[in-house]
Structure formats: structure tokens, C-alpha cells
Design a protein around this ligand. Structure first.
Ligand SMILES: Cc1cc2nc3c(=O)[nH]c(=O)nc-3n(C[C@H](O)[C@H](O)[C@H](O)COP(=O)(O)OP(=O)(O)OC[C@H]3O[C@@H](n4cnc5c(N)ncnc54)[C@H](O)[C@@H]3O)c2cc1C
Length: 382
């Protein structure tokens, strides 16, 4: 069997890329050791999608993702659990106000609809919000949230309708190279001839890079999240609190299309490694943080917590491109905490890179994702 493109990993990046590739007429095969799409870290994402980054390439790509998610129901018919609730960074400390106001300059220059809002407007957006020391916030009304579980299935079936093939319970174990070019992908079940392979293996990107002799600086770390029972609608935006607290850095939460509150906390210190077992420390920490911001959440019952991995890079930005050798080896890895929101928009860049040698995003801007960049700078809103 021979394919134009073999994608390693049916996750946040691999599935939308399969759809874009098949629609472009490339014969495409996706391989994954799990039993169905999105079973890696995709299903562990809580569904926040924002274009309000500080890095221009991420802004452009997430704007494209937002367009794709927004038009999905009309074009494809599936309900993705879409809500346009915006993002609201609530601010209680003067240095945070300055940092976020400084970022507004970059964000507005990229054409984003985002602004500083005073405390009264924060109270309108989030009735019952804690107003002690509240200084205001940055609000971007066009950011959205969608269900990662619904998206995995919708994008998967759309990719199959477009002609992409998927083989589950099949792990990629090697890549055959001849004359400096990719020749085939080997798995624990067989071998597939192809001219192009895409490493979209998320937290396992390093291993899949080494199959072709490519070192990728991707370091997974563990993050926990949870979801409550459904309750009456309390607020619309996804709230982000960037203050540190014992055991946690920033935290974010929102009320999804089923009226359940989904929440996530960046642990402090970070927990490097691949542990996906939830802890008993997370919920008390997170509950204190959320109730501190929105006291009326105190009586809402939590249904479930879980833990997953952010495939991190040293500077918080993804690594996307094509290797010089072997020719035909491409990578879209290191999505950090944003692979779900980047996936659909990035898919169009990846397919264009493979088919035409350049992304659809302005190549000058896209350069910030290069593997040979200076990883010394860190993004402000990772
Ligand atoms: C708690 C939590 C909350 C999050 N919230 C958000 C959010 O709100 N918004 C957002 O944008 N992001 C969020 N993320 C981050 C997001 O989940 C990840 O960035 C994203 O899933 C990474 O996408 P990926 O395609 O690189 O990896 P994955 O989606 O993990 O896909 C990689 C796939 O590769 C497969 N694979 C691995 N090795 C092989 C192999 N050898 N052969 C074949 N297949 C292989 C895996 O089985 C997996 O299915 C969150 C993450 C966590 C943990």
C-alpha cells in the first residue's frame, strides 16, 4: 500500500490535518496506537480557543481555527458544542494590569478585537465576581469554546468522508529512508510506502523524531482539569486568573455549552514527565481558586477530574516545519497547552508546506515555529 502522506498520531493536529490533506487530494493514512481518534491529550483539553496570544503566528492560526469551528455546523452539520463567550483575563494586581495592557498593543496591531474593561464591566460579564482589589481585565469577545470530544469525532468522520484512511491500535515503530528521502513508515503491524510523513505524535514526538534522526525539543509535563455538574448559566467568558497561589500558577475556567463548568490549573512547580494519573491535591487547590474569584461556585458539585500532558517546548511555541534530510519528513509538535485551538488552523499550513513547500500563513510570520529558532525567548501568554 502506498500513500502520499502518512500522519503519525490521530490527535488535535493529526485529525484536522488528515481532513485538510484529503480535501487537497492527497491520499492520506493516519496511524495511532489508541482505539479511536483524540485519545491522546486531545480529549484532555478543556476546549478553550482564543486568538488573543502575544505571538503573531499563533494569532493568525487561531483566527483561522476560530473561523473553521464557527462555520462547522453550517458547513458540515455537526454540533461542536460551540459558544462564543470570549476570554476575560481578570486582574487584581497592578503589575498584571501593566503586562496585559502592554500586550494589547501587539494584539490590536494584529487586528484582534480585545480591550481593557473596567471593574464594572467585569461585574456585568461575570455576575457575582469577587470585587475586592479588582482592577478590571482584558476582554476579547470573539474568542470561543468548543467540545474537544465532539470535535474529535466530527473532524474524524469528515476526514474519512474526504477519503482519509485511519488505522487504530497500530503504533509507528520506525521510518525507512533511502537516498535521503522518506520511503516508508513501519508499524507494529506492517509497513506503508509513502513520500511524506508527518510527526503529529504529541507527547511522543521526541521518539517519532528519532525514527528519522531528528531531535525535537519537546518535554511533556502534567496538568489537571475537571468538570462540574450542569448548573444555571452563570457567566459567558472563559476566565483566566494569572495570579500565582501556593501550588498553582494561572488557572482558567468557563461554563460550556452544556452549562457545566470546566477548569484547569497550571501547577507550581511544574510536573515534568508523562504521568496522567489524577492527584488528590488538585481539586482543593482549584476549588479555592475558583471560589475566590466567583464565590457563588461554592455550591456547585464537581463530577470528574482528569490529568493529561502539555507537550511543552522551551519557549512555549509549537515546532512546525519540514526536515532537510530526510526529505519528506515533516513535524507539527510541541503544541504546549494550545494544540486543540491551533490544530484546525495549523492543518492548512501543514498541508500547504507538504504540497507547495510553504505555509498559507505569511512565511515570515510562520518562521517563529522553525526548529532552528532561538528558543531563549519565552512567550508572555503561554
Ligand atoms: C488538562 C489539559 C487542558 C488543556 N486545555 C486546552 C485547551 O483548553 N485548549 C487547547 O488548545 N489546548 C488545551 N490543552 C492542550 C492540548 O490538549 C494539547 O496541546 C494537544 O492535544 C496536543 O495535540 P497533539 O496533536 O500534538 O497531541 P495529541 O492530541 O496527544 O495526539 C498525539 C497522538 O499521537 C499518538 N501517537 C503517539 N505515539 C505514536 C506512535 N508511535 N505511532 C502512532 N501514533 C502515536 C497518540 O496516541 C495521540 O493520539 C490541554 C491539555 C491538558 C492536559
Amino acid at each position: 500500500m502506498s500513500y502520499d502522506l502518512v500522519i503519525v498520531g490521530a490527535g488535535s493536529v493529526g485529525v484536522p490535518t488528515a481532513l485538510a490533506a484529503a480535501r487537497r487530494g492527497l491520499s492520506t493514512l493516519v496511524l495511532d496506537p489508541c482505539a479511536s481518534p483524540g485519545q491522546g491529550d486531545h480529549k484532555r483539553a478543556i476546549g478553550g480557543v482564543r486568538a488573543t496570544h502575544s505571538e503573531p503566528a499563533k494569532i493568525r492560526i487561531c483566527l483561522r481555527s476560530i473561523r473553521i469551528f464557527s462555520e462547522w455546523k453550517e458547513r458540515e452539520g455537526d454540533d461542536l458544542g460551540f459558544r462564543k463567550g470570549g476570554y476575560l483575563f481578570v486582574v487584581y494586581r497592578a503589575p498584571d494590569e501593566k503586562m496585559l495592557k502592554d500586550l494589547l498593543v501587539i494584539q490590536k496591531a494584529q487586528g484582534l478585537n480585545i480591550d481593557w474593561v473596567p471593574p464594572e464591566q467585569v461585574c456585568d460579564l461575570v455576575p457575582g465576581v469577587n470585587t475586592t482589589d479588582l482592577l478590571g481585565g482584558t476582554y476579547s469577545p470573539e474568542d470561543i469554546n468548543v467540545s474537544p470530544l465532539r470535535c474529535a469525532s466530527a473532524f474524524y468522520f469528515a476526514a474519512r468522508r474526504a477519503g482519509a484512511e485511519f488505522r487504530f491500535r497500530e503504533r509507528v515503530t520506525g521510518i525507512k529512508v533511502a537516498d535521503g528521502k522518506v520511503e516508508a513508515v513501519c508499524t507494529d503491524k506492517g509497513q506503508y510506502a509513502t513520500r511524506h510523513v508527518l510527526n503529529a505524535a504529541g507527547a511522543d514526538a521526541v521518539e517519532v523524531g528519532r525514527f528519522a534522526g531528528i531531535e525535537l525539543p519537546v518535554f511533556p509535563d502534567s496538568h489537571e482539569a475537571g468538570i462540574t455538574e450542569p448548573v444555571a448559566r452563570l457567566f459567558d467568558p472563559l476566565l483566566v486568573d494569572i495570579r500565582p497561589s501556593p501550588g498553582g500558577k494561572n488557572c482558567y475556567f468557563y461554563q460550556n455549552s452544556e452549562n457545566r463548568i470546566e477548569f484547569c490549573l497550571t501547577p507550581d512547580p511544574l510536573v515534568p514527565g508523562t504521568n496522567r494519573e489524577p492527584t488528590s491535591e488538585f481539586l482543593p487547590l482549584m476549588a479555592r481558586r475558583m471560589v475566590g474569584i466567583l464565590p457563588r461556585l461554592a455550591s456547585v458539585r464537581v463530577r470528574r477530574t482528569w490529568r493529561g500532558l502539555y507537550p511543552q517546548t522551551p519557549d512555549g511555541g509549537p515546532i512546525v516545519g519540514s526536515a532537510e534530510t530526510p526529505a519528506g519528513y515533516h513535524y507539527a509538535v510541541g503544541m504546549c497547552g494550545q494544540g486543540f485551538m491551533l490544530g484546525p488552523g495549523l492543518a492548512e499550513d501543514i498541508v500547504s508546506l507538504i504540497a507547495e513547500g510553504k505555509p498559507v500563513t505569511d512565511p515570515e510570520i510562520f518562521r517563529s515555529f522553525r526548529l532552528d529558532r532561538d528558543f531563549g525567548k519565552t512567550e508572555k501568554l503561554k
